[in-house]
Design a protein around this ligand. Structure first.
Ligand SMILES: Nc1ncnc2c1ncn2[C@@H]1O[C@H](COP(=O)(O)OP(=O)(O)OP(=O)(O)O)[C@@H](O)[C@H]1O
Ligand SMILES: [Mg+2]
Length: 255
């Protein structure tokens, strides 16, 4: 007798996720899966709920109702202590980079490694060198963050986020505030991370170009609701007015 093939659970399984902030519903029943090793891009206008959604994926925010499961474990009710090992699997690139300005580039990157219990200085140094090379900043560990350009800060933040070898990366607006050339180079870097490190990635962005380059799956959010979930090509074919408006605004450079 043949057994039905057992499929591994998706990296993230989000079901009927609801959140209310400041008395207003921000997420109104969001459901989707993120398959391991794939890239999901979350699109939507300002205030759609993209950053709030992202913060639920590593337990920084807890659902009002509904669930978020990581590799089959529902994290919505887990105590903080039980969340720590799950958070270590998930690197985050925050919207503003959030580097420590009083620490050198190298110490910024070493920080999460030390926090995770790494004590062997030579191993820390090797990993810092390795990830700096990966983001195109070889040998820059002595620089201080306030002497770096916006694009370099993003790269250092990215290096810090991947230093602990996460299985997954969450990116919140990785190209916001960068000129078109830097923006493209960060987008390419995210694509390389996915390929070389086999990272599962969730990328929040307004940038349709980045979406087309990176996405295996697109989620379009508006007012906390999913208007589209599927492959990038289907978005162009959608006749949902909110999506048409978003795409045509982008064509005019207004998003
Ligand atoms: N801590 C909070 N308290 C109250 N309201 C909040 C809080 N965080 C977010 N909101 C509200 O939730 C809604 C969604 O916010 P969110 O930051 O997720 O938007 P976004 O889609 O990421 O927008 P942007 O593209 O501008 O970053 C907004 O109306 C925002 O004002
Ligand atoms: Mg946001």
């Amino acid at each position: 007798m043949s057994h039905p093939e057992k499929k591994p659970p998706p990296f993230f399984r989000i079901r009927d996720l609801r959140q209310t902030l400041g008395g207003h519903p921000v997420l109104r029943g969001v459901s989707f899966d993120v398959t391991g090793g794939e890239t999901t891009v979350i699109l939507g206008g300002s205030g759609a709920g993209k950053s709030v959604l992202l913060k639920h994926l590593n337990g920084l925010m807890r659902p009002l109702s509904g669930s978020v499961a990581v590799n089959g474990t529902d994290i919505s009710m887990l105590p903080e202590r039980a969340l720590t090992p799950i958070r270590r699997q998930i690197g985050v690139l925050f919207q503003d980079g959030a580097l420590f300005d009083s620490l050198s580039v190298g110490e910024n990157i070493a920080f999460p490694l030390r926090e995770a219990g790494e004590r062997v200085e030579s191993r820390i140094r090797d990993r810092v060198d390795e990830v700096l090379e990966l983001v195109g900043l070889k040998g820059q560990h002595r620089k201080m963050p306030d002497t770096l350009s916006g694009g370099m800060r993003k790269r250092v933040s990215l290096a810090r986020a991947i230093a602990g070898r996460p299985d997954c990366m969450l990116y919140d607006e990785p190209t916001a505030g960068l000129d078109p050339i830097l923006s493209e180079s960060i987008t390419k870097l995210i694509g390389e991370m996915k390929k070389e490190l086999r990272l599962t990635s969730v990328v929040v962005t307004h940038n349709l170009g980045a979406m087309r380059f990176l996405a295996d799956q697109v989620i379009f959010l508006k007012n906390g609701e999913v208007h589209y979930c599927g492959p990038p090509a289907g978005l162009d074919a959608s006749d949902d007015p909110a999506i048409r408006e978003f795409i045509s605004a982008d064509a005019m450079g207004r998003t």
